[in-house]
Design a protein around this ligand. Sequence first.
Ligand SMILES: *Cc1c(COP(=O)(O)O)cnc(C)c1O
Length: 420
Amino acid sequence: MHVPALPTITSSDPDLADLIQREASRQHDTLRMIASENYVSQAVLEATGTVLTNKYSEGYPGKRYYEGQRFIDPIEELAIARAKSVFGVEHANVQPYSGSPANLAVYMALAAPGDTVMGMALPMGGHLTHGWPVSATGAWFRPVQYTVRRSDGLIDFDEVRDIALRERPKLIFCGGTALPRTIEFARFAEIAREVDAVLVADIAHIAGLIAGGAHPTPVGHAPIITTTTHKTLRGPRGAMLLCTSDYSKAIDKAVFPGLQGGPHNHTTAGIAVALREAAQPSFSVYAHQIVANARALASSLLERGFDLVSGGTDNHLILLDLTGKNIGGKPAARALDRAGIETNYNTVPYDTRKPFDPSGVRIGTPALTTRGLTEAQMPQVADWISRAVDAAVKDDDQALDTIAAEVRELLSAYPMPGWH
Ligand SMILES: *Cc1c(COP(=O)(O)O)cnc(C)c1O
């Protein structure tokens, strides 16, 4: 049963209630290994399900365009204070609706249409909003993109510097969606300084690792930091912009009135709850366990003959290159899902296959770490992944169903927040 319970929806709208219950049950029975996903706490679920959703609050605490903010203002102020304290920054904006609009707000604050902006190419592990052509950020600005080295899958800082010196971008984005290695913020900062660009660190994937001290912080290197709140940080779907005081006015103006109307106050409350959780010593243990699990899983996968982009991982994420396994990423991900292991197909750097059926599968350990799995279970997880990929090659659905039952059996011992 979903927790909090859904008695009213169950009686008034049983079809919808049934779908929600089934999704909760699916989340309970599945090894959720999509690197950008997690399970929020019951406290976050409660916060996001409150009457705060009823309230319009355009503006910022103390400067609103609607009346009735005497409880909303302190809620947003609490979220801001906690964000500043958890990440050690001078200014925080907790209103962006999600990661993509948060990034767009940075462009709006610091660049004009047509300006040159620099980011990592999407197929190399960057994000759409770092200037990929199909994104508004690629269509409205002039993107130049850096890659990773073919030989080792790592960022080539000589290339980053060469492009920056040649193209003189206004903004340089670092961070991404499929980067299994530590982001070297200091090296990006040095290049940004040299070409007088503003360095923007997009820590969407790793915010929880940074909050827990399991990944170095960009603070002191990147004056502007963007992040989602729902990945390793384990909060509700949303985003934050963190910056030095120099940029606070421009950033706030870009979010509202530049791009958005009223903030989602129920989400703001959920972010405040998640940030309080992230400030506890237990969260640091959690963040380090995510990385320990990923490392253990990577070494178990290597033992089973998997090829990992960059040879392993420093963080929560592993990118499998299935070229040597004679199967594409898409059929592999589909088979893994049938086996109770939820992943996504992903391009690998210099992929020879098409973006809709690339060579890779991306996996991550944040959600299974939330469930309580440790290094002790990672050889078993690697074994399931290996058996599922072999079964997919042989089209053996029965083997996949057997794995799914084994996964369900293991997970029955690990509670899921939001399910009882
Ligand atoms: C997830 C992600 C985003 C976008 O977040 P949405 O909330 O999906 O819009 C932006 N940048 C990076 C690096 C991400 O991983």
